[in-house]
Design a protein. Structure first.
Lengths: 287, 199
């Protein structure tokens, strides 16, 4: 296939159903006689799906994508595969730095396990490293109420031991929505990072929202965005809540406070904040 | 989605293209029979794609109908038509598409983002298919499609430089690996489905 960069913008417009009939006919005549230009179709289709998933399409393109491009079962199947691929790439390289793939305890079990499944797996395969847990944080509401709210937030710690010796394990942490007290205080969840863990998987539950799609961002205390995932993995198996899964390389996480935000949006509708989760990373003492 | 009726229509239309018509069509496409066969397949594949990209549900059926109509005129075409045969097919395809638009339109395929959120089976198959990839292909595709947006162009440029190829060649190479993965995943999903049926 030779370079056909000049045909790409027209192809995009055509695939989105936004080309005029005359321009469309001119393009199609070229496609049927020019093998190289024709081969570009599949490439541009894939790029459109990827760009849709990463929120890179303009509003007009997005509308064409949703109303025209996706009006085919083949494309919908391609879309699902693209989402799986995106999740896979994210899992393999969450930070942009190369890390070894995180193997699951059960090779055939889905990577999008629910928190419940992870716990069940952990019970079947006891993981010696990760028995630790949780923290409490006392939040003091200043003068008037003079109440001290101490909230314990239960956290499930689960870790996978790599099946293959060279791979670093991942630590899955189930986050709970930031708990606000009536007095305005909030409880922070504490995450202890064992020294051998290379990837932290954050599992964030949000109440089910029908056909919403989610965006997840992870920011540090200074507001720096560490992870921004337009299409995070979503476990929908729980009847009451969706579990949003975001992976981040541990080497990017210094000790300190972090916040994970999940926004929900509906097709063609507004985006709203679904939940936010604040937690503190505490590196474990090295033995 | 095909129905029994569709299937009967398809069989009838395929039957319409008799072996004599087909031979005459091949002869018109190229004197060399092997080359003519390749050309026929290429034109059919392109017609299907064009119909599909126009949003036609039964694109293969429409492509076959186009071919049948062209085959019906092939003796005349062989005598008088000048130019690329593919363009003649295209003209007939346009006519068939217009006829199709005048008929009652089937309801469009609907989709909801949420319907496509369950990609667990695809993910599992992808996991297996990635294992089958040669290591360098696996690394290339992971690097090329790195989800981090910041610095993406720069990273791709560096990747292309490290492979001593241009950016577009890298784009095509990564895409071909992705296509191979796609085919592998489709095969895997079908295998899983037939396994479930057998059980």
């Amino acid at each position: 296939m030779q370079e056909h960069s000049e045909v790409v913008p027209v192809l995009r417009t055509w695939l989105l159903g936004l080309l005029s009939p005359a321009e469309g006919e001119a393009l199609e005549q070229r496609l049927i006689t020019d093998a190289d230009a024709f081969e570009e179709i599949a490439l541009v289709e894939q790029e459109l799906i990827d760009q849709y998933l990463s929120g890179q399409l303009s509003e007009k393109e997005r509308a064409g994508f949703e109303s025209f491009f996706m009006n085919s079962e083949d494309r919908q199947r391609q879309f699902k595969i693209a989402k799986a691929f995106r999740s896979y790439v994210e899992r393999e390289d969450p930070s942009g730095h190369r890390v070894q793939p995180v193997r699951q305890v059960e090779p055939r079990q889905s990577a999008r396990q629910s928190a419940t499944n992870i716990q069940a797996t952990n019970q079947r395969y006891p993981v010696p490293v990760q028995t630790s847990f949780l923290a409490t944080l006392n939040t003091y509401r200043i003068p008037v109420m003079a109440a001290v709210v101490v909230l314990s937030v239960s956290v499930s710690w689960i870790a996978y031991r790599s099946i293959r010796g060279t791979d670093g394990p991942a630590l899955a942490v189930v986050l709970e929505p930031a708990t606000h007290t009536r007095e305005g205080g909030s409880a922070l969840q504490q995450v202890n990072l064992p020294p051998n863990v290379r990837v932290l998987e954050l599992h964030a539950k949000v109440p089910k929202r029908g056909s919403a799609s989610y965006k997840a961002t992870l920011v540090d205390a200074d507001g720096n965005e560490l992870v921004s995932s337009e299409m995070p993995r979503v476990d929908t198996s729980n009847s009451e809540a969706d579990v949003i899964v975001v992976s981040v390389a541990v080497e990017r996480l210094a000790a300190g406070q972090y916040q994970m935000n999940v926004d929900a949006s509906y097709s063609g509708g507004p985006t709203e904040s679904a939940a936010s989760y604040r937690f503190v990373i505490v590196p474990a003492a090295r033995s | 989605m095909s129905t029994d009726q569709d299937s009967r229509v398809r069989q009838k239309r395929n039957w319409d293209l008799s072996s004599e018509s087909f031979e005459a069509l091949l002869q018109w496409l190229n004197k060399d029979r092997e080359e003519a066969g390749r050309r026929y397949e290429e034109i059919r594949r392109k017609l299907i794609r064009i119909f599909a990209c126009r949003g036609c549900a039964e694109s293969d059926l429409l492509a076959d109908e186009t071919i049948n109509r062209v085959a019906g005129k092939v003796e005349e075409l062989a005598r008088h038509y000048e130019g690329d045969p593919a363009l003649y097919f295209y003209g007939v395809a346009n006519k068939i598409h217009l006829e199709q638009l005048k008929k009652v339109k089937p309801p469009p395929t609907t989709w909801e983002t949420a319907d496509l959120d369950d990609y667990e089976a695809e993910f599992d198959c992808l996991d297996r298919c990635m294992e089958k990839l040669p290591r360098d292909s696996r690394e290339l595709v992971l690097k090329y499609y790195d989800h981090e947006e910041s610095g993406k162009i720069q990273r791709r440029r560096m990747l292309a430089d490290s492979l001593n190829i241009g950016l577009n060649a890298l784009r095509i190479r990564a895409h071909r690996i992705r296509l191979a993965l796609h085919e592998c995943i489709i095969g895997c999903l079908e295998q899983e489905a037939s396994g479930r049926l057998a059980n």
